[in-house]
Write a protein of this length. Structure first.
Length: 669
RNA sequence: GCGCCCAUAGCUCAGCUGGAUAGAGCAUCGGAUUUCUAAUCCGACGGUCAGUGGUUCGAAUCCACUUGGGCGUACCA
């Protein structure tokens, strides 16, 4: 018999909090502020759970904390679940689960194919906006985090029972498209375009971008050099001021030191700017073909902008080109998403909102939010210096306008309760302004969240680039991870004491699972707001906190089943009871029981790393169990059954947990 | 100039709305293998949580300032 999630008290934590709440009611008028202070024990030696509410209640209750703790314990009815509670330290209440209760709850959960997760009682409608590539350019490493974090949040929220729609807000309408059109009209290689249209369009984009950079930088270089000289001069001046101050006996001058430091960093910035400009100019001037092209297209930046403007104005030729290019571009994206096992519910790009833009402007106007400044239509939000520009001085709308239209659509047509934007933290200012403007337009009930994330750095602590300084393509990044993973798989399989057991095809399949899983896991296990250093060596390490470790745990479970000729379906339908006599068994079961809790924690602040931590801990406890508790060799049949069930439960939690992160598993590795 | 973010072990990073002796992984050192897959497990070593002051029963966590770093800052998205 299969027991469904609704039959059992799924969330242990919630259950205990409910009991605590009952005990708090006679003691305080606001028990709800204290029930959350019951949480899993920080240290297992204190028990399984602890309640920390007695101390903060001292003021309102007017008694010492230990006395309050005693009152709580007196009123706490948990004798069916826990051993008698104990009070420790300043007033901690420690709870240890009764073995009988734990065993029973674990048995029910282990036999529950829903893994003890009930759908949330109040589902909300979420729109998760992530990935958002630009069709003009191939996805690069910068898109990785948005894609991977967004995907994970999407799946977790959905698993919890919310109504979730993923939306890929593709950049298909901006300035870059004008560059492509200009490139296509002037530079296209017919043969290449016929063969690989997207690659050719990407090449054209890069070319136009490069040439237009060239013409922007060429006249600007003297100015940059001048600025560099000025910066050097002010540094020298600041230094001499400091030196003469020191000479005249001043011991410390924070102001002057500050000045020197500021001048130093200004000079550094100026140096970098000049160097980067020189590099770009040299790249064009050093290549006679490029230089020739540059000379023949002196107004390329302006002309490309003109193409964008024509497109937006409905020019027939440009619109036709746009319609011709777009499907190929989208198709190319699909290929990459397929590797991630990712499918969007919607992909409403910027172009889709184009017809709504005049209406947005009108609403802003009616709300009295518009101010004309330097020829542009702006919304000024108090406390912010920068304006929120909704219409440029040339009359074109901006992504600010599009983003407002997007909110309008998501709230009014899609009835969203919450919109998550999984976007780089560097855009937080934009989102602050966007959300503030939306609120002023009356969108107050919807939760607008910028789910921000940090930058991926190279080993040099600078933003991750190739040796030549180019951004790293996402596709090639994945390919390299898989190549490296393949070597590890080969070595691992060749090194097996019982001899290699994977054929070519399986090895490659495992390499793909391990390589891609490594990239995804490495990204998700960092807390999303911090920057992190990208390292193939670390993410694919055969030891430590990596995707492989968890995939390996899963494969080992399957190894047991394979070796023992165990039919998994039999275990799932037999309704075996768990026996948690061994500490390793108990630790594992308790951990598996907390799967739902981990998912809920992910949703609180939209942090997938909560789940990676949970899965690492789970795999860890499984490995300990694997060492300590033989399964197939166990002679006592009921214990063997219990352990087989524990294995299968582990496998299901690992597989599903990893799946929610977008990471696959292999049966053998 | 203004704004935002960050500083935790040698390295890479966790640390949930403030909770007990600050945790992992890597590295180093020591142990475990006639293997249900050692891509593993067990143990040891390692920290003035950048600094100073404050809030309170209690601070890595909250507040202020200081120091050091990153990012953003008007018509790109």
């Amino acid at each position: 018999m299969i027991i469904t999630g609704s039959d059992i008290a799924v969330n242990l934590l919630q259950l205990l909090r409910q009991r605590l709440n009952d005990a708090l009611v006679p003691l305080t008028p606001e028990p709800e502020t204290y029930v959350d202070m019951l949480r899993p024990a920080g240290d297992t030696k204190f028990g399984d759970f602890q309640a920390n509410c007695a101390m903060p209640m001292q003021k309102s209750v007017g008694k010492p904390a230990r006395e309050i703790a005693q009152l709580i314990v007196d009123g706490l009815k948990v004798d069916d679940i826990c051993e008698p509670p104990s009070i420790a330290g300043p007033g901690f209440i420690n709870l240890k689960l009764k073995e009988s209760w734990l065993t029973e709850a674990a048995t029910r959960s282990a036999n529950d194919m829903a893994l003890g997760i009930d759908p949330v009682s109040k589902p909300r409608k979420f729109i998760v906006d992530f990935s958002s590539p630009n069709v003009a350019k191939p996805m690069h490493v910068g898109h990785l985090r948005s894609t991977v974090i967004g995907h994970a949040l999407y799946r977790v929220l959905k698993r919890l029972g919310h109504h979730v729609l993923s939306d890929n807000h593709i950049g298909d309408w901006g300035t870059q498209f004008g560059m492509i059109i200009y490139g296509y009209k002037n530079f296209r290689d017919e043969a290449r375009f016929a063969e690989k249209p997207v690659a050719e369009l990407a090449r054209l984009y890069r070319l136009v971008n490069q040439l237009s950079d060239y013409h922007t930088l060429k006249p600007a270089l003297p100015g940059l050099i001048e600025a560099q000289k000025c910066a050097a001069a002010s540094l020298a001046q600041a230094q001499s001021q400091l030196a003469s101050a020191v000479a005249s006996g001043v011991k410390k001058s924070p102001e002057l030191q500050q000045l020197v430091k500021k001048a130093e960093s200004d000079l550094k910035a100026a140096n970098e700017e000049v160097e980067s400009a020189r590099k770009k100019l040299a790249a064009v001037e050093g290549d006679s073909d490029l230089f020739d092209l540059a000379s023949r297209h002196p107004k390329i930046a302006e002309d490309a902008r003109l193409e964008t403007a024509k497109l937006h104005a409905g020019d027939a030729e440009n619109l036709a080109l746009w319609n011709q290019f777009l499907p190929d571009c989208l198709q190319a994206l699909e290929g990459l998403y397929e590797r991630f096992g990712l499918k969007f519910d919607m992909a409403l790009g910027e172009s889709w909102y184009n017809p709504m833009l005049p209406g947005v402007l009108e609403r802003l106007e009616q709300a009295g939010l518009l101010t004309k400044s330097q020829g542009a239509q702006c919304v000024f939000i108090g406390g912010n210096e920068a304006p929120f520009i909704v219409r440029k001085s040339d009359g074109a709308f901006t992504y600010a306008t599009t983003d407002l239209a997007t909110i309008q659509h998501r709230v009014e047509s899609l009835k969203a309760d919450a919109i998550l934007y999984v976007v780089d933290s560097r855009q937080s200012e934009h989102f602050d302004l966007l959300f503030a403007t939306a609120k002023k337009l009356g969108y107050r009930d919807v939760e607008l969240q910028h789910v921000k994330f940090g930058t991926i750095l190279g080993e040099d602590k600078r933003p991750f680039k190739t040796r030549s300084g180019d951004t790293v393509g996402l596709e090639s990044l994945i390919d390299e991870a898989i190549v490296r993973a393949r070597e590890i798989v080969n070595a691992g399989d060749d090194g097996k004491p019982t001899g290699a057991e994977l054929d070519e095809e399986t090895r490659q399949a495992v390499a793909e699972i391990v390589g891609l899983g490594g990239i995804i896991y490495a990204d998700l296990h960092h807390s999303r707001e911090s920057d992190y250093s990208f390292s193939f060596e670390k993410m694919l390490a055969t030891k430590g906190d990596t995707a492989t470790y968890m995939q390996y745990a899963y494969a080992r479970v399957n190894g047991i089943f394979r070796k023992g000729g165990v039919n998994v379906a039999d275990i799932r339908s037999a309704g075996h009871a768990l026996n948690l006599a061994q500490p390793a068994e108990r630790m594992l079961a308790l951990q598996l029981l907390r799967f739902g809790e981990a998912l809920q924690d992910v949703a609180v602040d939209y942090r997938p790393n909560v789940l990676t931590q949970y899965l690492f801990e789970t795999a860890n406890r499984f490995s300990a169990f694997f060492e300590a508790c033989p399964v197939l060799k166990e002679s006592d049949e009921s214990i063997r059954h219990s352990r087989l069930l524990l294995c299968d439960w582990t496998a299901r939690v690992m597989k599903e947990g990893l799946d929610l992160l977008g990471i696959r598993v292999a049966e053998k590795m």
